[in-house]
Design a protein around this ligand. Structure first.
Ligand SMILES: *Cc1c(COP(=O)(O)O)cnc(C)c1O
Length: 439
């Protein structure tokens, strides 16, 4: 690995970026504010690596926050995108590839009979909520603290002072009236969930959940909790909306819903929200569900939803080529083994250094905590010592390993990561945990 200093071109680009782009970035976490230091400006990426503006190589465990499940620049995907580009960038008229992508998604995910394509996870989640409200004729939403569903106004909300009161905005610019229908509950808390349905059941349009939460690091909804979510929604006529933007095609071919269906007979969510992997790194997302609900959408039904670039021909080519690869036999088995190997290696390194550590993973998605036991909700995740996480983060970064620059984000392994990459990462962690300086 070439080793350069941090203080050259990345810093100069950051300085220049901050003059023209708020905070120097187009999405806040990229600015490194939680961990301090200078964001790396990516010049190019290939396989499991990217190179920054100083020509320094990093083993990439973010992969664009999940989409790059094949690694960067997979030849079959690059070829599909190049072919698509030659045939035109965008038409504002339907294409065959949109059908193929919708069919490819519905074929493997239990909860989808019909699919609509959009351009971002935010848009998909926002549209799914509108559809749930339109279908049920109700207004209230249930969401969970620590789950992220994009930045639609109604979802930028934190818990109110009790179950009878609804949420407070977490962003300026969101009027309190806009979140007055959003109820925020603690993840994995069955009792709160039951109380919420007792109080508000007939008014709840939908319960939206990340089944494996990847926006508070990595926290699974346990089976008993998920079973109750499903039962209560059914009982009260609310829709269960799975936000699988991160977990879809990432934790298993059929998403987290396929994993819950193995544990809860007949399990399926009512609506599913997808993004990230289904676009293979291009702006593409989707939502879907049963025909009777999906046919409430315009132009068939009264729920309006639209998009100039929806089902974009280049994005769908990229998504389709990506899904073709992940559907090959053994794809997830190999990814699971690698991701588990990484977690075991990191746990071993932490143990050697006497550092409190716990880790979990599913498919190619992982989370680790500087905590002795896996947290079950956002409050427990946030008990992590931020300063210690930041030291680890920079220790890894200095050694060419790029993990999420915030302790509340999940990590991602791609099919392109080799045993050698994993071993290098574990060695970097050993050194970082020991606080040793670079040779
Ligand atoms: C990333 C993410 C979103 C938002 O998707 P964008 O494409 O960034 O708008 C929504 N939900 C979950 C679970 C996500 O991880």
């Amino acid at each position: 690995m070439t080793q350069n200093t941090d203080s050259g071109r990345n810093a100069a680009l950051f300085e220049r970026a901050r003059r023209i782009i708020p905070g120097g970035v187009n999405s806040p976490v990229r600015a490194f504010r939680a961990v301090g230091g200078t964001p790396r400006f990516v010049q190019r990426a290939q396989g499991p690596y990217f190179w920054d503006a100083e020509g320094r190589r990093y083993i990439d465990y973010i992969g664009s926050w999940g989409p790059m499940i094949l690694g960067h620049g997979h030849p079959a995907v690059v070829e599909a995108v190049q072919r698509a580009v030659r045939d035109g960038f965008s038409f504002g008229a339907p294409t065959e590839r949109e059908i193929e992508l919708a069919e490819a998604i519905a074929a493997v995910m239990p909860g989808l009979d019909m699919v609509r394509l959009v351009s971002s996870g935010t848009e998909a989640a926002m549209s799914a909520i509108r559809l749930a409200r339109g279908f049920t004729g109700r207004s209230k939403l249930v969401k969970f603290e620590g789950c992220y569903h994009g930045h639609a106004d109604a979802l930028l909300v934190k818990a109110g002072s009790g179950l009878a009161t609804f949420g407070n905005p977490t962003s300026a610019g969101v009027p309190p009236e806009v979140v007055q229908h959003t109820l925020v509950l603690e993840y994995n808390n069955v009792q709160q969930l039951e109380e919420a349905f007792v109080l508000h059941g007939p008014d709840i349009a939908c319960l939206m959940i990340e089944p494996i939460a990847g926006n508070m690091n990595f926290v699974r909804a346990d089976t008993a909790f998920m079973r109750r979510c499903r039962e209560l929604c059914t009982q009260h006529g609310a829709l269960l909306v799975f936000d699988e933007v991160m977990t879809g095609f990432r934790v298993a071919l059929g998403g987290a819903q396929a994993l819950y269906a193995q544990q809860i007979p007949g399990f399926r969510p009512d609506l599913t929200v997808l993004g990230k992997v289904i676009g293979g790194g291009m702006p593409l997302a989707a939502f879907g569900g049963p025909r009777a609900i999906m046919e409430q959408l315009a132009p068939l039904g009264p729920v309006y939803q639209a998009g100039t670039l929806s089902g974009n021909p280049v994005a769908t080519a990229c998504g389709l080529a990506t899904l073709t690869e992940v559907r090959k036999p053994g794809f997830y088995d190999a990814l699971v083994a690698k991701t588990r190997g990484l977690m075991e290696g990191l746990a071993g390194a932490a143990r050697q250094a006497g550092v409190a550590f716990s880790a979990d993973s599913e498919g190619g998605m992982f989370g680790f905590f500087l905590l002795p036991e896996l947290p079950r909700n956002y409050g427990q995740v946030m008990k992590t010592d931020g300063a210690r996480f930041n030291t680890l983060f920079h220790g890894l970064l200095d050694r060419g390993v790029y993990i999420a620059p915030a302790l509340y984000e999940a990590g991602f392994v791609s099919a392109a990561h080799s045993e050698q990459d994993i071993a290098e990462t574990v060695q970097a962690a050993r050194e970082a945990f020991a606080g040793s300086t670079q040779a």
